[in-house]
Write a protein that binds this ligand. Sequence first.
Ligand code: SF4
Length: 338
Amino acid sequence: MTRAAISLIKSDLPEKWQQLLSDLITDPKELLQILELDADKHPFSKTGVLQFPLKVPRTFAALMEKGNWNDPLLRQVWPFAAEAEQVTGFIADPLGEAQCNPVSGLLHKYQGRVLLTTVPHCAVHCRYCFRRHFDYAANSPSRAEWQEVLDYIIADDSIEEVILSGGDPLAASDRQLRWLIQQLGQISHLTTLRIHSRFPIVIPQRITPDLTLLLRESSLRVVMVLHCNHARELSRELAIRLSTLVTNGVTLMNQTVLLREINDNSTILVALSKALGAHNIQPYYLHLPDKVAGTSHYAVSKESALLLMEEMQRQLPGYLVPKLVQEESGANAKVRLT
Ligand code: SF4
């Protein structure tokens, strides 16, 4: 796509994402009112909300079905009473990330790649989040501390790929992203920039012409891994904006978290893979949820996951079947289960 074409889109689609980000639903009662739901059926966990506040963009709430407590999008953001339950095996840091945090803002878990906690916040609070207890206060580098992050990468020429994570990296402003991406582009042994984000799923307006240009102009190969858990999250608004990323050279992939009573059903997973394929997004990982304290009600057993994979393999061409994986503390890569 030419610059002229991009600027045409820019004039058609005014940037609204920061306004949407500053107007999130944070009161559980307001969310229920919008969705016409009765609070008595599923009272929210006050402990859960204190620990990990409710955050739901209005654009995401608009995709939810009114009057339906079983809506799969609602179930990902509603702080169910089960969050307060203490369940053996579910702990604050099941991945041992604190052990792989040599510099503030950088996690070095796997050979050849490092992960940067680009910003300490997200557009949505997914209740199953594996970083809901993460020490963001200790991982929010100042501009000066970012130099330490860059120095760490410069000093290790085995690092080829940088993963921008968070929080959600697309919660950073374009100005912050431009600075960071330009700095990374100057490190000669880096080849790939990977951006893991759920932001466009919940606020599609984040994919702006400026962001598209910024990614297109990077000297690194840019891969965006979206976090989409259900075909209903792939709105038309999102599809239009993602297509501009693809035509500007960004590789799109998706990782899905397998969540009980949300998408642990082969019909739903097959529909998701087909919808991703139709939008030029490669289904990449199907993740077993991590055993994080407060999230046991989302857990799906390995046995059930393997059965679901068999069903998907039966119904889909191989290129639409994601890899089933889980993370294990201390492992030198994600553990593949299929
Ligand atoms: S967007 Fe990602 S990091 Fe943020 S709350 Fe959701 S799962 Fe966690």
